[in-house]
Unconditional design. Structure first.
Lengths: 216, 103
């Protein structure tokens, strides 16, 4: 590994671990610091990143375990239903993109004659990503209701794959026509909103529990 | 009331590893290597075991300059007894399976 890459991996892994310390509930913070302290003993490389991502997973799992609102089954069911709705939207989008190639007349009834150009241009990889994201949302929803701690990695993966497919889809729509550009701009707006909320939450944790670099 | 530790494969693997050297203080990374558990799985188990009074932890200063203190772990007397019970239970279950398969 080259020296700049070495330093970059070190910085990234430390930042992830610092974030894990900030996210971990106060009563458990010592454990997150323990995980972060282990980073100094790991060889620089993919193992460091894996370790710090594990810290992050543990921290968010503990945070979710400690969300009082999630103690209520009704709240968990509501979030699970919203997730299933998202899964349904993704599957529907993937189906439209697939059918646009084989039966454009049928698909045109739902997306219009302009939109069909965009859907027909969506590559199989993006259709697959949408389907995978939908499946991950469904699994996450099931875990949220039954065993909420296990839902965290599935939600993270679902949002990640959805973002990837959405970015790809938006890029294709830009290259096809302007009607879709307007349509996708609203998608970007929604995701921008999600990102702002996520950053606000992360910032809240950071302000409430500032992570200490020097102390254990 | 604290929940009793579950008997997941990962927990049993960790207990067996800690039982192998009951007096030694072990680092998280060392335990991760020995058990094959990733940090995201290992630490939540360590937390639960500590909550239940089966595991004790402390910070250990490093001999090397610039290296931060590390958290180290070992089983408490209750933890040792629990780990032995679990190990005996596993052996008995395995023995029953073997005798059933061979009969």
């Amino acid at each position: 590994m080259t020296r700049p890459l070495h330093a970059y991996v070190q910085r990234i892994s430390l930042s992830i671990a610092e974030h894990a310390v900030a996210v971990m509930p106060a009563a458990r913070r010592e454990w997150a610091r323990a995980m972060r302290a282990e980073l100094a003993s790991l060889d620089v490389g993919i193992e460091r990143i894996q370790w710090s991502l594990g810290c992050l997973r543990a921290a968010y799992s503990e945070r979710v375990r400690n969300f009082a609102a999630l103690d209520r089954l009704g709240v968990r069911i509501l979030i699970a239903l919203l997730s299933l709705n998202e899964a349904h939207v993704l599957i529907w989008g993937a189906k439209l993109a697939w059918v646009s190639r084989t039966n454009p007349n049928w698909a045109a009834r739902y997306v219009g004659s302009e939109g069909i150009q965009v859907y027909a241009a969506v590559p199989t990889l993006l259709i697959g990503l949408s389907a995978i994201s939908a499946a991950l949302y469904a699994v996450a929803a099931a875990y949220l209701v039954c065993h909420r701690r296990n839902a965290v990695p599935y939600y993270a993966a679902a949002v990640g794959t959805e973002l990837l497919s959405l970015i790809g889809f938006s890029w294709i729509s830009l290259s096809v026509d302007s009607w879709s550009l307007r349509s996708e701009a609203s998608h970007y707006g929604v995701w921008l909103g999600y990102t702002v909320v996520a950053l606000m939450i992360a910032s809240h944790f950071r302000q409430e529990f500032p992570p200490s670099r020097g102390s254990p | 009331m604290t929940r009793l530790p579950n008997r997941s494969t990962q927990t049993l693997r960790l207990l067996a590893e800690l039982l192998g050297s009951p007096r030694a203080w072990r680092h998280g990374y060392e335990l991760s290597k020995a058990t094959g558990l990733k940090s995201g799985t290992l630490y939540p188990i360590l937390m639960r075991l500590a909550d239940q009074g089966l595991l004790i932890s402390k910070w250990e200063e490093s001999d090397s300059p610039g290296v931060p203190p590390r958290h180290v772990y070992r089983l408490t007397p209750d933890g040792l007894a629990y780990a032995r019970d679990q190990a005996e239970g596993e052996t008995a279950t395995l023995g029953a399976r073997v005798s059933k398969a061979t009969s």
